[in-house]
Design a protein around this ligand. Structure first.
Ligand code: NAP
Length: 287
C-alpha cells in the first residue's frame, strides 16, 4: 500500500487532497505547518527519512502573490529552497514527488494556450519563486511530477469563488476585472487529478491541469451570481489597471491540457460543470 506524505493539507488544494485520501482509505500522514515547517531543512530530512513514504504530495506554498513582491526572500525560501530540499530528501528514500506550480510562470501576453514546453517568463515575483521551485525540484529529482494549475478555488481557504458567492448571497454589487482570461480550477478536480498520477504513474515531468474552457474573472463572477440565484447584473466589469495591485497578473493564462489528456490521466471537466458541482457546498458553508 502506498503511504502518502501530504504537505499543505490545510490549504485550498491540500484540504481536497486530504478529503480524497480519507474517502479512498489511503494510508497517509499530513503534518501541519506547526508540526513541520518545511523550511526547516534538518527537520524535513529527519521527517522524510524516518517515515519513508512512497509519495510526497506538496501543496504547501507561499501564495501571497502581492506580498511576494516585497518579501521575495520569504516566498523563495518556501517555494524554491524548501521544494529543492524536499526533492533531495525524497530521493534518499526512493520516494516519488508531486509538486504544484502555477500559470504565473508565464508572462501572460499570449493568445494561444500555454503548453508544458512554452517558454517561461514569470509575470511577477511569486511566479519567479514558483519557477525556481520547479527547476530546483526537477534538478535534484528528475523523476518528480510538477503540475501547473490556475485560478484555484475550493470549499476551504480564502478564494475568489467564496468571496464572490458571499457577495452574491447578500445581493451586493461586485466589481470584477474583465481583461484577464484564464481557466478556473476546482480544487476537488485537481485533487482527483493528482491522485490519478499516483495510480497511473505517467512519464515524470511537467503537466498542465486546469478545468476545460476559459473565461474572464468577470464572466466567472457572473456565473457564480447566476448559480447562487442572484442577479448577474450586480457584477460590473472593471479594468485590471483600476485595481492598482502590487503584483502584475497575466492577461491570458490558459493552459493546454493536451499532454495531460494524452497521458490517460483523470478527466478534465469543463469549468462551468465543476463550479456547479462545488458551489452548493461553498454556499452552504457561507450561509
Ligand atoms: N490559489 C491559487 O489560485 C493557485 C493558482 C495556481 C497555483 N497554485 C498553487 O497550488 C498550490 C496550493 O495552493 P493553495 O491555494 O491551496 O494554497 P493555500 O490555500 O495558501 O495553502 C498553503 C498551504 O501551505 C502551508 N504552509 C505554508 N507555509 C508552510 C510551511 N512553512 N511549512 C509547511 N506548510 C506550510 C499552509 O499551512 P498553514 O495553513 O498551516 O499555514 C497551507 O496548508 C500551491 O503550490 C500554489 O502555488 C495556487
Amino acid at each position: 500500500m502506498n503511504q502518502i506524505l501530504l504537505f499543505g493539507g490545510s490549504g485550498i488544494l491540500g484540504s481536497e487532497v486530504l478529503r480524497y485520501l480519507n474517502a479512498e482509505s489511503y494510508e497517509y500522514v499530513a503534518p501541519t505547518s506547526t508540526d513541520l515547517d518545511i523550511r526547516d531543512k534538518e527537520q524535513l530530512f529527519k521527517f522524510i527519512s524516518e517515515l519513508k513514504p512512497s509519495w510526497i504530495i506538496n501543496c504547501a506554498a507561499w501564495t501571497n502573490v502581492d506580498g511576494a513582491e516585497s518579501s521575495f526572500r520569504e516566498a523563495w525560501e518556501l517555494n524554491s529552497i524548501a521544494v529543492k530540499n524536499l526533492g533531495t530528501a525524497a530521493g534518499l528514500v526512493g520516494c516519488k514527488v508531486i509538486h504544484i506550480s502555477t500559470d504565473y510562470v508565464f508572462y501572460g501576453e499570449s493568445s494561444n494556450p500555454y503548453d508544458e514546453s512554452s517558454p517561461v517568463n514569470p509575470v511577477n515575483k511569486y511566479g519567479e519563486s514558483k519557477l525556481e521551485g520547479e527547476n530546483a525540484l526537477l534538478d535534484v529529482a528528475p523523476e518528480a511530477y510538477v503540475i501547473r494549475t490556475s485560478w484555484l478555488y475550493g470549499a476551504s481557504g480564502k478564494n475568489f469563488v467564496k468571496t464572490i458567492a458571499g457577495k452574491a448571497i447578500q445581493n451586493q454589487v461586485a466589481r470584477v476585472v474583465n481583461d484577464q482570461v484564464g481557466s478556473p480550477t476546482s480544487a476537488r478536480d485537481l485533487a482527483g487529478a493528482i491522485m490519478s498520477i499516483v495510480s497511473n504513474q505517467p512519464e515524470p515531468g511537467i503537466y498542465n491541469y486546469s478545468n476545460e474552457g476559459s473565461c474572464s474573472w468577470f464572466e466567472f463572477a457572473q456565473r457564480i451570481y447566476e448559480r447562487v440565484g442572484a442577479n448577474p447584473s450586480l457584477v460590473s466589469p472593471i479594468s485590471s489597471d483600476s485595481l492598482n495591485l502590487i503584483a502584475r497578473r497575466p492577461r491570458y493564462s490558459l493552459l493546454s491540457k493536451e499532454k495531460w489528456k494524452s497521458s490517460g490521466l483523470a478527466e478534465v471537466p469543463r469549468w462551468e460543470d465543476s463550479l456547479d458541482l462545488l458551489l452548493p457546498e461553498i454556499v452552504a458553508k457561507l450561509r
